[in-house]
Design a protein around this ligand. Sequence first.
Ligand SMILES: [Zn+2]
Length: 334
Amino acid sequence: MEIFLTLDYELYLFNPGNNVDQSLIDPTNKLISMLNKHQLKAIFFVDVGYLVALSKQKDNYPKLASDYIKIVQQLKYLESQGHELGLHIHPHWEDCFFDGNKWKMDLSRYKLADYTKPQAELIFTKYYDALQCLSVKKIISYRAGGWCLEPFSHIRDAMKLHGIYIDATVVPGGYQHTATHSYDFRNYPSFPIWNFNMDPTIVDNQGCFYEIPCTSHRLPQLHYWKKIINVLFRPNHKDTLGEAVKPTIKEVFRKLFFKNIDAVSIDSNKSNSLLASFKYKEHEQDAYYSVIGHPKCFDELTYKNLDIFLNYALKRGHRFIIFSGNIKKPNTFN
Ligand SMILES: [Zn+2]
């Protein structure tokens, strides 16, 4: 199999901490030194809304200026080392600001679907330009923030305009509807890659876009039971790096008692299922396997399970690749 190691390079949604070193710089460096041992390359989907928000206010706050420089330097370094940068859009940053002490988050317009199509296209273009500006190589891939790809028609023209021919958002079989998030991938193809034109739910071999989905699997209910026990018995525990979106009661109930489809991930406890999921897909002989991770969520389990996975996959002759140079632009794109 050919394996894509993809990372969402971003802060937490709620109360994102102010320690950029802890949430982004250090875990990314640790990951890179692991990958260097095997000379492997990864794809980093950069939350450009955050970069734009930093850039807007950095002249007023030295701390933001220093965060901005650290991040830009790291992204440039990653690219110079052969890793790839992709566009990741969390448009809620349009409504967020730094008050001199911390980020004031407003998630009322969390996804591009919360904007009109012309507004969504302007945001897409602004974020694309900001990322392309700091990147030597052409940006060719996109991943929607919080998996909120729908409706694709909102961004289709903007992707085409900017030469982005790969979407890497879909988690086949996954779905979620909350105050912030909304997507339903239950009726999407479950191939490791497919072409489409106007609508990613419809395979079109002449289509000008590729969907390279995050490989999905059924995450055992035990994972969520462990998580809830952790919350109940450690009520004062608060992650210093920030907080994720709180699931609704309905969501919690579904996760504890019903089948859960999730992206295969190297984050924290989720990484415990990585090897088993990979072996299953290896048996199925899929052409591609795409793993996701978030540096903000890395812990010792991540590094341990990732190391086991890398060694296993390499020993079995699988290849880790990036999109650039391997997934050619479809002839029908132009
Ligand atoms: Zn994200």
